[in-house]
Write a protein that binds this ligand. Structure first.
Ligand code: PXL
Length: 283
């Protein structure tokens, strides 16, 4: 029997409105992978679509938690980071990678900071440069197109895109020294939306697309990242894991749209979990 894999998910926990840890925990667990958590902040709700949310910053707890784990010689097969609220958190998490990783720990960084051509309002213009440093410590990064442009210093361009445009962005991200890259939100026409993935070692670029469903659905980046991490931990390669994550995310969005659920609650990924376990051969 293989040893169960263990992933450390480093995100905030938003009480209502599925994203970050309330997405990563159930999804990665459903892929048969143990999910340890390092919460970076506690919010009453996420920041998109709810007003007046509370925010308790846990920056001061990060180092003592990491030190405790170091003293216990804990081992993680993967570390997955998402939304980080400040420069200081980025710096502390970068140092936590060094303290917690072993030779074969897979570090996945989602540089959550922007969408639709706009840096999220809570961040200053200097934030992307700091996030770039964290990306350079990762084995895999999963930026959307806006985040990609901020990371490589290109002006944002709305879609549809061409293959040449996307592959130029992949080359520029690879030049930062990141071994594996998945750009999300890629579309060449109005019908399909998906991801471009690139392995700097093999120089291979692949795409995975799904149906494009109109509208903005909160937390879907975290849904995608969590499935990707779970599938990678189950031995899938980058392209296969991206395919599984795109299909899962599209199915979650489709179900939510069909039910007419208020978007700020996030997507119904829960109903898709049994099929995910089946796809991974777990049941
Ligand atoms: O889904 C990313 C995310 C995570 N956590 C919080 C957020 C967001 C995106 O806006 O607000 C608190």
């Amino acid at each position: 029997m293989n040893q169960q894999k263990r992933v450390l998910a480093i995100h905030d926990i938003s009480g209502v409105g599925k994203c970050s840890l309330t997405v990563a925990l159930p999804i990665i667990s459903a892929t048969g992978v143990e999910t340890s958590v390092l919460p970076t902040a506690i919010l009453s709700t996420h920041t998109g679509g709810f007003t007046g949310f509370t925010y308790r910053d846990l920056t001061d707890d990060i180092d003592p938690i990491v030190k405790h784990w170091q003293s216990l010689h804990l081992r993680f097969d993967g570390i997955y980071t998402g939304f980080l609220g400040s420069f200081q958190q980025i710096e502390l998490i970068g140092r936590a990678f060094e303290k917690l990783k072993s030779a074969d720990t897979l570090i996945l960084v989602d540089p959550v900071m922007a969408d639709d051509g706009e840096l999220y309002k809570i961040f200053t213009p200097a934030f992307p440069a700091e996030m770039r440093k964290l990306c350079q410590k990762a084995d895999i990064i999963i930026p959307n197109i806006t985040e990609t442009c901020l990371l490589v210093g290109e002006p944002y361009k709305p879609g549809p895109y061409t293959k040449a445009y996307i592959e130029n962005l992949l080359v520029k991200l690879a030049a930062l020294g990141v071994p594996k890259i998945v750009i999300t939100g890629v579309h060449f026409d109005g019908r399909e939306l998906g991801v471009a993935c690139h392995d700097a070692k093999t120089q291979k670029t692949d795409y995975a697309f799904g149906e494009r469903i109109e509208g903005y659905f909160h937390g879907t980046g975290d849904v995608f990242g969590s499935v990707l991490m779970g599938a990678l931990m189950n031995g899938k390669n980058l392209h296969a894991a991206s395919r599984i994550a795109v299909d899962f995310t599209v199915a979650s969005i489709r179900r939510t749209k069909a039910a007419g659920t208020e978007k700020r609650y996030g997507v119904n990924f829960e109903a898709c979990l049994p099929k995910l376990a089946q796809t991974l051969g777990l049941i």
